[in-house]
Design a binder for this molecule. Structure first.
Ligand SMILES: Cc1ncc(COP(=O)(O)O)c(/C=N/[C@H](C(=O)O)[C@@H](O)C(C)C)c1O
Length: 386
């Protein structure tokens, strides 16, 4: 599982056997038409296909290209995370696993995982940084209501990277009964390929929906945390150079400060959570602490496929500060009546900038990765004059 110089399996020996078993199960499913039929049979449950429509007032505000919205926020549980959680739990069931664990930061992946575990009757344990348990309390409540156990992680920065560490530690002692549903396009092979495969439904539907309107996009844009909604939107267009792929990372207090999470814009090649990719690290290779107003982008790594598209210049990466993301949050709410997740708000700001750059008579699709209910409490403090 290589993406240029990126990817691979930088994992302890004890994990390799399990990763090989997972890869074999995934490859077998990919080549089994009944697997895809079964996955598609849950589309009504998931709310697929998600809608695609023009954002008229946002387009007028930007004054450039038409901005189309791919409404992954309308999926069941409120984000794109259900696409990956459902695909992976079907693989886990084919492998005879009876228990599921997962990490979460924004809590959306935790909710999606708890949801599919309830649906398929599997025991579910979610690892979540204690800081994220605090700032995404609504999702913690939902996860517990769905019957899953939330384990607050007190180590390190008490955010996503610590939750991933804890989840791997928990997984390695019960590989035979348990599958780890990784929430983003990160981790050792086959995880980045598997997550991108299950998220590619976003780009595939977008391509068809625009074609039915007699159009093809000049650019597609998505926010980047670990990279799952971005690779899912980008991958189906990656072999068509006429479509620009634009990722938007979180530059927090500013790229020039130490408080950001813009791994591709401000990081360097390294290894994190079992994969070679771009990371935010100090001169000794120690992984840096990160900051973002959005829990879902607050991560010092990124998927290896995006790292490769950066290196090959197939994709370009912008970043939005906390303040710019909060502007995006407010603009989509007040121009389109859609309250986006703080993660998605970074891509809203990036879409406005990109639409200006593209100019009129062009079409840009924004992957609306999630809804903002989980964030309104924390945003209220940041936007006092609302
Ligand atoms: C609504 C929404 N939009 C974008 C993201 C960024 O994750 P990617 O799409 O994997 O880059 C997220 C990430 N959320 C994860 C979570 O809910 O746990 C994230 O924190 C971790 C799985 C990485 C999200 O919730």
């Amino acid at each position: 599982g290589r993406f240029g110089i990126f990817g691979g399996q930088y994992a302890p020996e004890a994990l390799i056997t399990c990763l090989d078993e997972l890869d074999a199960g995934f490859q077998a499913a990919l080549n089994d038409p009944t697997f895809w039929a079964e996955l598609k049979s849950y589309y009504p449950y998931m709310g697929r296909p998600s809608s695609l429509h023009l954002a008229k007032r946002l387009t007028e505000h930007a004054g450039g290209a038409k901005i189309w919205l791919k409404r992954e926020d309308l999926n069941h549980t409120g984000s794109h995370k259900i696409n990956n959680a459902l695909g992976q739990i079907l693989i886990a069931r084919r492998l005879g696993k009876t228990e599921i664990i997962a990490e979460t930061g924004a809590g959306q992946h935790g909710v999606a995982t708890a949801t599919v575990c309830a649906k398929f009757g599997m025991k579910c344990t979610i690892y979540m940084g204690a800081e994220d348990v605090r700032r995404q309390a609504l999702n913690v409540f939902r996860i517990r209501l769905l019957g899953a156990t939330v384990i607050p992680v007190e180590s390190g920065s008490r955010t996503l990277r610590d939750a991933v560490n804890e989840a791997f530690r928990a997984w390695i002692v019960r590989l035979d009964t348990t599958h780890y549903i990784i929430g983003s396009a990160i981790g050792p092979h086959p995880f980045p390929t598997m997550v991108r495969t299950f998220q590619s439904v976003i780009g595939e539907e977008t391509k068809t929906q625009l074609r039915d309107l007699g159009k093809s996009p000049d650019a597609v844009i998505a926010c980047v945390g670990g990279g799952s909604n971005a690779t899912g939107m980008f991958y189906p267009f990656s072999d068509d150079p006429s479509v620009q792929l634009v990722g938007v990372e979180a530059s927090g207090d500013g790229l020039e400060t130490a408080r950001h999470s813009a791994t591709l814009s401000g990081g360097s090649v390294g290894v994190l959570h079992g994969v070679r990719t771009y990371v935010l690290q100090d001169e000794h290779g120690q992984i840096s602490n990160t900051h973002s107003v959005s829990a879902g982008l607050d991560y010092p790594g990124v998927g290896p496929e995006l790292a490769n598209w950066k290196q090959s210049n197939r994709a370009k990466f912008l970043s939005a500060t906390d303040a710019q993301a909060l502007q995006g949050f407010r603009l989509l709410s007040q121009l389109e009546g859609i309250i986006p997740a703080l993660e998605t708000s970074h891509a809203v700001w990036g879409a406005i900038e990109t639409a200006k750059e593209l100019g009129p008579n062009k079409d840009l699709v924004l992957c609306l990765s999630g809804r903002g209910d989980k964030d309104v409490q924390s945003v209220a403090d940041e936007l006092p004059n609302l």
